[in-house]
Design a protein around this ligand. Structure first.
Ligand code: ZN
Length: 173
């Protein structure tokens, strides 16, 4: 079994980088995607972006329930090409921000264009949990974290927790 990847914590500079486009979809990338999926499952997450495991490239994995149970989908070079006007709020968490949860307001429906791990261009539309996960993970590719969407007041309320996580992040290289 492959080793689990280390998830970088809030405060680590890589989480603030704008990630670069994936130019080559090869076995190395597919291995990374598989390791990310495994890490996501082991850490009980429902999504994970490549910068969170130390790779500042445009790739994310998200939980997707299929007819045969839970599975995961991998999006390479995702582009959100449509956002609905309708928005809603959902209690989000993040593997890079352990034990922090907050309601985040986002568009309900999105359409996303991406490449699969076979290099094929695909499009996906969703208005459920998958839409939410993709928007959260897409933010990571731009160096944005879900706490950035919170009001100043809400952020003040979690400031101590954020500081504690950031001091743990300083031990990560
Ligand atoms: Zn996250």
């Amino acid at each position: 079994m492959r080793d689990e990847l280390e998830v970088l914590l809030y405060g680590h500079p890589m989480l603030r980088e704008t990630c670069v486009k994936v130019e080559r979809i090869d076995d190395e990338l597919r291995d990374l995607a598989a390791a990310m999926q495994q890490t996501m499952i082991q850490e009980r997450g429902i999504g994970l972006a490549a910068p969170q495991v130390g790779h500042p490239i445009r790739m994310l994995v998200a939980e997707q329930r299929g007819p045969s149970g839970p599975g995961a989908i991998c999006l390479v070079n995702p582009e959100i090409v449509f956002f609905s006007h309708e928005r809603d709020s959902y209690n989000e968490g993040c593997l890079s921000l352990p034990e922090i949860y907050a309601d985040v307001d986002r568009p309900v429906r999105i359409k996303v264009r991406f490449q699969g791990l076979d290099g094929q261009e695909r499009e996906l539309e969703d208005d459920g949990l998958l839409s939410r996960i993709i928007q959260h993970e897409f933010d990571h590719l731009e160096g944005t974290l879900f706490v950035d969407h919170l009001s100043l007041l809400r952020r003040r309320l979690i400031a101590k927790k954020l500081k504690a996580i950031a001091s743990r992040a300083r031990q990560q290289v």
